[in-house]
Design a protein around this ligand. Structure first.
Ligand code: HEM
Length: 460
């Protein structure tokens, strides 16, 4: 689809993708920043599966065809690093799974993987349901609330309980605050990386010192927990215990240092709640707008569960609930944009991507491509029957990314998403407050910009 220039010896040439006109020096950054989702969707619609744009002389390729994405994520993954955008989160996450690279990342991934083994995470099912049941005790029939705030509080509570065992809800407020500030400061820090370094010497810039204070508080809590666990040697059955016990049997046989455990714990804390909370908020919003889907959802819950709470085994049977979540993450993928940076020239498909290019692959864009999803704007969980799933290319749907950097918490997230939808949907109808504007805000994750104002209606 993209024009190429003749170049290399074995007949493979550099891509010369279409390039919409940008402004002097800043390139297309103004349009991108103003409305990222519209900008990327339009680029794809107008120019096809590979299109170039620039931001302050940095080159970006928006890649939207599943086959070449498969190469980037899997076959040629060694030729890429993560996009530079994530580097900023190192202020909070250090060298955790999400931000580390190369062999170090692979070792950390080997060490962390057992904590997400199906058998291990199944033991968290009851914790998830219990947390939801407790949370709902504060709800009253006819009450108005922001269901997004409720979902953030609930998923934060769950990641706190599964990661640290105890109820850390009080301290967890600190991490939530830090994450919020970091997301808001993202563009400033990204565009002026020097600021980020200077932050260490505590520049009197309010937003930077606020973030630092919140991180410091949280570090104190995590290091205290690590110290206590190392001293007692007890297995608390939570993720932190798994990280402390993990041994690299396939590699150097070693364990993680306190700093590595801290970075992984912080990463799981961040990656493990914001994304799932967003997925749930979008799902409640979509259900409130589609009464026929909501009725089928309630019918499944009543048939499968009656009035008993769901458990791990029910995940097999709650198939329509799972299809709803699939469809919700198609329309509103919490990780709406995934970047890979090519430090060297690399052949993808039948062309070469020049070095120093960041490839953007956007689940938001690809999930709305009519080639894979006819009438893409329509919310229709029936797209997710096994036959229809099978008929689509592998990377027509990738809310959890792919390859060696694929979301390690995917199994955890599906389980949490389905169990929370079921536990809450069993007892409550969520009604959107009339005329409340629900607008996607693409920061690092895709959040509802003004929250989702709803009224809670008791079912049983
Ligand atoms: C609906 C919920 C979630 C979504 C949509 C999501 C999405 C993603 C995506 C797209 C990536 C890959 C990013 C990239 O390739 O650049 C990722 C990575 C990651 N996710 Fe998730 N995630 C979710 C839930 C979770 C949960 C519950 C946890 C942990 C408890 C988690 C932990 C991680 C970690 C540690 C990584 C980095 C993996 C690596 O690079 O090795 N995520 N996630």
């Amino acid at each position: 689809m993209s024009a190429k220039s003749p170049k290399t010896s074995n007949d493979v040439s550099f891509y010369r993708p279409p390039r919409p006109k940008g402004r002097f020096i800043v390139g297309n950054i103004v349009d991108f920043r103003r409305a990222p989702l519209t900008f990327l969707t339009q680029l794809h619609r107008d120019h096809g599966d590979l299109v170039e744009f620039t931001a302050f002389r940095r080159r970006f390729y928006l890649l939207s065809d599943p086959e070449r994405m498969h190469e980037v994520f899997i076959k040629k993954q060694k030729h890429f690093t993560k996009g530079r955008g994530l580097a900023v989160t190192k202020t909070l996450l250090g060298e955790g799974l999400l931000t580390s690279e190369g062999d170090f990342h692979l070792r950390q991934r080997r060490l962390t993987q057992p904590a997400f083994h199906r058998r291990r995470i199944s033991s968290y099912a009851d914790t998830m349901v219990d947390a939801a049941v407790e949370h709902m005790k504060t709800w009253r029939d006819g009450q108005s609330c922001d269901i997004h705030e409720e979902m953030v509080a609930l998923t934060l509570d769950i990641v706190g309980r599964t990661l640290f065992g105890a109820d850390v809800a009080k301290e967890a407020g600190d991490v939530s605050e830090a994450v919020d500030l970091l997301l808001k400061a993202w563009w400033i820090v990204l565009l002026v990386p020097a600021l980020n370094k200077l932050r260490k010497v505590r520049l009197p810039i309010p937003v930077l010192s606020q973030v630092q204070n919140a991180i410091d508080n949280l570090d104190d809590i995590i290091y205290r927990l690590i110290r206590e666990r190392r001293e007692s040697g007890e297995d608390h059955g939570d993720l932190l215990s798994m990280l402390l016990q993990a041994q690299d049997d396939e590699g150097d046989g070693g364990q993680m240092t306190d700093k590595q455990v801290r970075d992984e714990a912080m990463t799981l804390f961040l990656a493990g709640h914001e994304t799932t909370a967003n997925a749930l908020s979008w799902t409640w919003y979509l259900l409130s707008q589609h009464p026929e889907v909501e009725a089928k959802f309630h019918e499944e819950l009543d048939r499968v569960l009656g009035d008993r709470p769901p458990n791990f085994e029910d995940l097999q049977t709650l198939t329509y609930t799972e299809m709803i979540l699939h469809e919700s993450m198609r329309l509103f993928p919490p990780a709406w944009n995934i970047g890979r940076y090519a430090p060297e020239d690399v052949q993808i498909g039948d062309g070469i991507i020049p070095k120093d290019t960041t490839i953007l692959m956007s689940p938001y864009v690809v999930h709305r491509d009519p080639r894979w999803y006819p009438e893409p704007e329509t919310f229709d969980p029936m797209r997710w029957t096994p036959e229809k799933k099978e008929a689509r290319p592998r990377f027509a749907y990738f809310p959890f990314g792919g390859g060696v950097r694929r979301c390690i918490g995917e199994g955890f997230a599906w389980m949490e998403g389905i169990l929370l939808l079921a536990t809450i949907g069993q007892h409550w109808k969520i009604r959107l407050v009339k005329e409340h504007p629900v607008v996607p805000q693409p920061l690092i994750t895709l959040r509802p910009k003004h929250g989702v104002a709803v009224t809670l209606e008791r079912r049983m």
